[in-house]
Design a binder for this molecule. Structure first.
Ligand code: CMP
Length: 139
């Protein structure tokens, strides 16, 4: 059964340009409930830990530098079928390929500075959520 939680980060490009509120509004209007939220700044080392799965990729160092270049907002979100529905809402990794109306189509700058992250599986949603939040309170 699909998990009802996913993890997201509004990335430094979108956060720095003041698009965090508009993006969060789209997320809530799409039916996601915010379970946890935190504004923070990653060091390059910590960004590297988060994206360790990509460490052999040619873009890894640039990605770590970019992800530590400014504040981000991390969130855990809840909705039925959260992981798949959220990836649909944010659109393709490369904004050039993202569908009209998706968050990346509207706000991403490039394949690297692509506005927002969304977990790609239930397992990674749990791992990534616990990277930022030690415990989520129930409301
Ligand atoms: P994200 O969905 O957070 O997962 C990995 C990130 O690496 C991705 O978004 C982009 O920010 C970045 N990324 C993925 N592919 C590339 C690429 N080909 N060139 C540069 N950055 C990339």
């Amino acid at each position: 059964m699909a998990s009802n939680r996913t993890f997201t980060m509004v990335k430094p490009d979108a956060f720095g340009e003041g698009n965090c509120g508009a993006i969060t509004k789209m997320i809530e209007e799409a039916g996601f409930r915010i379970v946890a939220a935190k504004v923070t700044k990653l060091s390059a080392e910590r960004a590297g830990q988060f994206y360790e799965v990509h460490k052999e990729r040619p873009f890894y160092n640039d990605l770590c530098n970019y992800m530590s270049s400014g504040a981000i907002m991390a969130m855990i979100l809840e909705k039925d079928n959260a992981v798949a529905d959220f990836r649909k809402l944010i659109g393709a990794t490369n904004p050039a390929d993202a569908e009209e109306g998706t968050i990346r189509k509207l706000y991403a700058k490039s394949i690297e500075a692509n506005a927002i992250h969304g977990s790609d599986s239930d397992e990674n949603a749990a791992i990534e959520g616990s990277f930022f939040f030690s415990k989520t309170e129930e409301f």
